[in-house]
Ligand binder design. Structure first.
Ligand SMILES: Nc1ncnc2c1ncn2[C@@H]1O[C@H](COP(=O)(O)OP(=O)(O)OP(=O)(O)O)[C@@H](O)[C@H]1O
Length: 264
């Protein structure tokens, strides 16, 4: 369980996050939506420890986030932020291998290499493994960074011991913003599957229909506050979207699945 209580955060007198409390459960795929500047990335930074709240606290399980050693956190939590460029000239495999740094000392083991390959395959980028990262397109870079965070949280196969059932925490800030429609769905299906294996998954997106299709829980943010939190059908209503996004929308029923679909 991840718990945040009464989080507030300000910069230069501007209250970016205003008294937010929430609980995220393992197995639950949570998507976060809201207008530009609503505070989504800032909330992610507070929940991951990148920023420290001026008020309130975050717990992973029963431990305050700030009390968890970084080496422990590196094996539990992975974050994909919006910044996708790298200052060094690395190959695709080397970028994915960064996700394995918490697990090896000097050199990656054959198991780390296998995991990196598996994660590249999962995002459809295995054939690019020797390419220079900086030579990739924006969408290709995004997929490689996804492979990196997948490699970081990869559950080690057990050698006869009990399988790794520990809770993992995955935070993705607009992970599909550069992806074509095929990969948007492929990656969200992959992430939903990961969530079902005892993972807390917190994903920022802008596409309301994708949230309606994939999320089990949504958080709708507006001006640093939670406007709504809960099941997508209950939170993403015509009136909520009109209030928060200042846009008139209509909901229809998908002809095959019966789920709600939004049109403008
Ligand atoms: N370092 C900073 N100094 C001043 N203002 C900041 C700083 N970082 C963020 N902000 C402001 O805080 C607000 C929330 O930013 P945040 O990046 O969390 O929004 P967001 O909901 O993720 O937006 P988007 O959908 O555009 O990515 C914005 O108005 C932003 O300009």
């Amino acid at each position: 369980m991840l718990r945040a209580k009464n989080l507030s955060f300000q910069i230069g007198g501007n209250l970016l996050i205003n008294d937010i409390s929430l609980t995220l459960a393992p197995g639950e795929f949570t998507m976060v939506l809201g207008p530009n500047g609503a505070g989504k990335s800032t909330l992610l930074k507070l929940l991951t420890g990148t920023e420290t709240p001026h008020q309130g606290q975050v717990w992973y399980g029963d431990q305050p986030l700030k009390s968890i050693p970084l080496a422990t956190l590196a094996r539990q939590k992975a974050v994909l932020s919006q910044l996708l460029s790298l200052p060094f000239d690395l190959s695709v495999t080397e970028v994915v291998m960064m996700g394995r740094y918490p697990y090896f000392d000097l050199n990656p083991t054959s198991q780390d290499k296998q995991i990196a390959d598996d994660c590249l395959k999962a995002v459809g980028m295995f054939s690019f493994k020797t390419r220079a990262f900086e030579s990739l397109s924006g969408g290709e870079k995004q997929k490689v960074h996804l492979a990196r965070v997948l490699a970081q949280l990869y559950r080690q196969p057990s050698d006869g011991a009990a399988p790794d059932q520990s809770i993992k925490y995955l935070f993705l800030d607009e992970p599909i913003s550069a992806l074509d429609i095929h990969y948007q769905h492929q990656i969200l299906k992959l992430v939903r599957e990961l969530a079902s294996h005892n993972m807390i998954v917190f994903v920022i997106v802008h596409d309301i229909n994708l949230a309606l299709q994939y999320a089990q829980k949504v958080i709708l943010l507006d001006q640093g506050r939670i406007y709504g939190i809960g099941h997508p059908d209950e939170v993403l209503t015509e009136s909520a979207i009109e209030t928060v996004f200042k846009l008139k929308t209509y909901f229809m029923t998908h002809p095959e699945t019966g789920r709600r679909v939004m049109v403008c």
